[in-house]
Ligand binder design. Sequence first.
Ligand SMILES: Cc1cc2nc3c(=O)[nH]c(=O)nc-3n(C[C@H](O)[C@H](O)[C@H](O)COP(=O)(O)O)c2cc1C
Length: 442
Amino acid sequence: MRIKDIKSLAAVQGPARSVAERLQRRCYSVEDMRKLAAKRLPGSVFDYIEGGGEDEVSLRRNQSSFEDWAFLPKWGSVEHLDLSSTLLGGRVAMPLTLSPTGGTRLFHPDGETAVARAALDAGVPYGLAHLSTTTMEHVSAAAPGLRRWFNLEPTADKGLLQAVLDRVSNAGYEALVVNVDCRAIGHRERDYRNGFTAPPSIKPKTVIEGALHPRWALGFLANDAIAFPNLDAEIPQGPLSSTPDMWRTLLAGSYEPTDWDDIRDLRARWDGPIILKGVVNPRDAVRAAEIGIDAVQVSNHGGRQLDHMASALDVLPDIVEMTAGRMEIIVDGGIRRGSDVVKAIALGADACAIGRPYLYGLAAASQAGVAHVLKLMAAEMTRTMMLLGVSTIPELRDEGRDLLRHRSEAFTRALPTDFRPNQSPTAEFPPAQLAYSDTRTP
Ligand SMILES: Cc1cc2nc3c(=O)[nH]c(=O)nc-3n(C[C@H](O)[C@H](O)[C@H](O)COP(=O)(O)O)c2cc1C
């Protein structure tokens, strides 16, 4: 090679001009963002994001169940690829929402406002946790055009409940997200082993962790103390400090809806959409549809509550079939790639929701980090749909099951009848394809 040829091959990049550019060069996947978040956060805080209940079987199942579905791309033209869709009566730039997460300022001092601004820029809704560390009004002021939903913890005191609903409505939240999976708090053993509390209590381990993560520690010390200010007006004994305290008070005050009457009561009080979050049993979804609930968020709470639960994807086909278009369906848990979203939509979901992925982005780089995660998701959805042979979300939904095959299904089941071989599939198809055929059901 001549010097001239070598020179033409030299590719020296100048320094990145922004955080967004640096992320663009370093982080190619949500997993890369996760690794960055793990470096930025003290171990016990990172574990609070990562952990699940008991043996974390539900948590692991969330991701593995996406691997049980394989794509069957179709050949044909893909034109004007468009990720936009509708959800609960409004437009979304892609079928994705940011699921509520309590305690968000623990992961970065910009907390919920950074998440809200990134969601607004990306054109996706954000569900603010009742247990957020920034008030609902502050988030509204920070991102006024955002489609925002409120993750209500309904109290049994109906006067107080109405006051909270009025406050939520005045702050411009269009929908309520109501949990039906938090009657008790999941046993997150990582947190107990780490001695984790929110906010972190000062003890030798915390001081050492802080010293090893000075950027996080400075942000933590230089900003307002972590608190749950949406509750200040509601809980007479004043702001709550630690997570166990908060849960004790919430549960003692029957903050969770206790039965279907509470859901009916909420339906009567709230004019906008209601999303029931944590529904996994298809019969509950049918019941919710019958009492006029607009959507279910099929979820096992990111594996943080009951262990050994079905994943959202495990039960999605049944819920789609049994609700038969009477309500919208959002799916969460284990979504780490745009291709996961594509699979859920093809199986009949209207949208997906993510929790940990945007928290990784927040912990890694505040608003720019969340924006990067959303950008990755959109790029992956686009690429997957292009390779799959579909141009729009409605087309993806229509083609649906023809584009996917579950591990348990024989290959021939996915083919139209006139394509089926006369002989046994073993003679016709190579072993690699048959490797998917086992006896498990979806
Ligand atoms: C740190 C953390 C806090 C959470 N807090 C809440 C909450 O306050 N309310 C709620 O409904 N779900 C909460 N979730 C669950 C998420 O809304 C969502 O269901 C779950 O994270 C989805 O799974 P994924 O993290 O695998 O995307 C939380 C999840 C995490 C990781």
